[in-house]
Write a protein that binds this ligand. Structure first.
Ligand SMILES: [Cu+2]
Length: 377
């Protein structure tokens, strides 16, 4: 039933293509094939480049598979780009061409496609990439705008939100050819980059309130849509599950290192906050043609967008990176950790006195007998 329905959605999308797109023109540009890596890691790339534009080849395989999304063993019949939630971050430079081979293996049950927010025309490529199980397609688009941008599956109608909240989103980063700038022309560089993809999940419950599991994504469709329509997620997580980026999975950094944190949310607003740190430079809307904001405490990632925050760690320790709706961070799962090594700076913070019993009468009062001699009379 689901398969028939999605096939119909596909037909609806095809009908939107009024003119057949021109056949691919051969581009006389150098090619580079990039192997994608699972988030939060990002494939090696130049931050600024002296080379001319090229065609950057990527391959994404769509994987429908069951995953566990929390410590209680709650299961989701997920839909993924390359098996990870979010899909991998693809990095190119302005003026490059992204050439994506999208593969929908025969073992999958549904049609899928990809809509690149960074691309221009044909529903972000969604019209040209709808493929059934057993098919693959190659799409090429020119990266004309710099910034971080979401990509997601958008197979038509009600399939769109369902595929997105089942895991099908990721991000592209288009860097300026001469690198990131601070807004007054100064070059900004990062020592490390991490990609955090946030996901809201809507897991149906049984009559006793326990999370239900299903044999296939299609089996759970009707129940999940009912939960989705209430707009209240059961889980809000980073990188596919509660705890994907905490504890032993914490993101590493050293004091003095500058980290670029790319954060995407394909469906719902989020407000990242680094507890005990800041955003030194934040492209809140994620677009590098705009000057970054400086010294932020919390920023907003609009649903359907990606943002980027640059921060130089100044103190060692464990930092929680959360969405500062703290209910979502603590109760629903949207917490990540940075584990930062280095030397503590007492000037920035020090515990003047460790916890001790309250001294009666002394709390909050100036002791004039010791401070008085310092006053000029
Ligand atoms: Cu899909």
């Amino acid at each position: 039933m689901i398969t028939r329905r999605t096939a119909l959605m596909g037909a609806a999308i095809s009908a939107l293509v009024l003119t057949a797109p021109a056949l691919a023109v051969e581009l006389k540009l150098p090619r580079e094939r990039v192997t994608l890596v699972d988030p939060p890691f990002v494939h090696p790339h130049e931050q600024a480049t002296k080379q001319g534009p090229k065609i950057v080849e990527f391959k994404l395989e769509i994987q429908e598979k069951e995953i566990v999304i929390d410590d209680q063993g709650t299961k989701l019949q997920a839909m993924t780009f390359n098996g990870s939630i979010p899909g991998p971050l693809m990095v190119v430079h302005e003026g490059d061409y992204v050439e994506l081979t999208l593969v929908n293996p025969e073992t999958n049950s549904m049609p899928h496609n990809i809509d690149f927010h960074a691309a221009t025309g044909a529903l972000g490529g969604g019209e040209l990439t709808l493929i059934n199980p057993g098919e693959q397609v190659v799409l090429r688009w020119k990266a004309t705008r710099t910034g971080v941008f979401v990509y997601h599956c958008a197979p038509g109608g009600p399939m769109i939100p369902w595929h997105v909240v089942s895991g099908m989103s990721g991000a592209v980063m288009v860097l300026p050819r001469d690198g990131l700038k601070d807004g007054s022309g100064k070059l900004l560089r990062y020592d490390r980059i991490y990609y955090i993809g946030e996901n809201d999940f809507y897991i149906p419950r049984d009559a006793k309130g326990k999370f239900k599991s299903y044999k296939s994504a299609g089996d759970g469709y009707n129940d999940m849509v009912e939960v989705m329509r209430k707009l209240t997620p059961t889980h809000v997580v980073f990188n596919g599950r509660v705890g994907a980026l905490t504890g032993k999975n914490a993101m590493a950094a050293n004091v003095g290192e500058t980290v670029l944190i790319v954060h995407s949310q394909a469906n719902r607003d989020s407000r990242p906050h680094l507890i005990g740190g800041h955003g030194d430079y934040v492209w809140e809307t994620g677009k590098f043609a705009n000057p970054p904001e400086k010294g932020l405490e919390t920023w907003l990632i609009r649903g359907g967008s990606a943002g980027a925050a640059l921060y130089t760690f100044r103190q060692p320790g464990i930092y929680a990176y959360v969405t500062h709706n703290l209910i979502e961070a603590v109760e629903l799962g949207a917490t990540a950790h940075f584990k930062v090594e280095g030397t503590w700076n007492d000037d920035l913070m020090t515990q003047v006195k460790p916890p001790e019993p309250i001294t009666p009468g002394a709390q909050g009062m100036l002791d004039l007998s010791t401070t008085a001699p310092h006053y000029h009379r």
